[in-house]
Design a protein around this ligand. Structure first.
Ligand code: FES
Length: 113
């Protein structure tokens, strides 16, 4: 059974925003980010499918300025926020790796990478 990590309140994630977190320790350590697009929450590993860098070189800057796509700051790949499909950039056609997530009764978002 995987460990659940409680990250932040769902109400803290406004539309077209996301927040990055580091969860786990040692070999289990993983960077994740959770966010909201058009009212829908999402959670992914914070690892670009191109060469594996985190998407946000500036902490928590995951969205393009117009809020339509997630952006990798390293080489500019753009991803659909829901589904994680890369639609532009060097890893076009690849996807961000989704992370199981949910919201507890007290409103806290959790992930279980
Ligand atoms: S590492 Fe993300 S586009 Fe190259």
């Amino acid at each position: 059974m995987s460990i659940r990590y409680r990250l932040c309140r769902a109400t803290d994630l406004e539309d077209e925003t996301a927040r990055g977190f580091e969860v786990g320790q040692g070999r289990s350590r993983v960077l994740v980010f959770v966010g909201r697009h058009d009212g829908t929450l999402f959670a992914y590993e914070n690892r670009c499918p191109h060469i594996g860098t985190p998407l946000d070189l500036t902490p928590d800057w995951f969205f393009t300025v117009d809020g339509r796509y997630l952006l990798c700051a390293t080489h500019g790949a753009m991803f659909e926020p829901i589904g994680g499909l890369c639609v532009r950039g060097p890893c076009r056609g690849d996807r961000l790796r989704s992370v199981p997530f949910g919201v507890d009764a007290d409103g806290m978002v959790w992930v279980a990478p």
